[in-house]
Design a protein around this ligand. Sequence first.
Ligand code: 5GP
Ligand code: ZN
Length: 138
Amino acid sequence: MRKEDCIFCKIINGDIPSNTIYENSDFKVIMDASPATKGHVLILPKEHFKDIYDIDAETAGKLFQLASVVARALKEALHCDGLNILQNNGSIAGQTVFHFHMHLIPRYEGDTVTLKWEEHSVEDMDVEKIRQDIRKAL
Ligand code: 5GP
Ligand code: ZN
């Protein structure tokens, strides 16, 4: 997808309005338009990175620093019982907007959020080969 067609680039440029919480030279923090819970926010880098494979490590580091600050603000403002950080990459993983973003989802007793997987036995996998393959790729 071209940057010109990216909905988050349009929000960052101000072409599309958004409920902005915070902004600096690198990031914009906005309310999610279809929140999973009260206070669901998104952290957007201003530069168009497609996903985790595209973003540079320095920006990713700064983004997580900001996430920790925003998380504390959500806790203080909303008295949430917990909080999930979610960052989807690829359609199979649930990514629908292909401009890197991080979700901060405050959690409340009795909310309707689910992100649960079936647990598999390591016996069914060649864990040693998997470990070696990942080590080699790093
Ligand atoms: P993804 O599924 O790609 O991880 O998350 C995309 C998120 O962007 C969704 O939670 C969706 O509600 C949110 N979203 C999509 N379009 C807009 C928009 O125009 N404005 C805002 N504030 N959020 C949006
Ligand atoms: Zn974009």
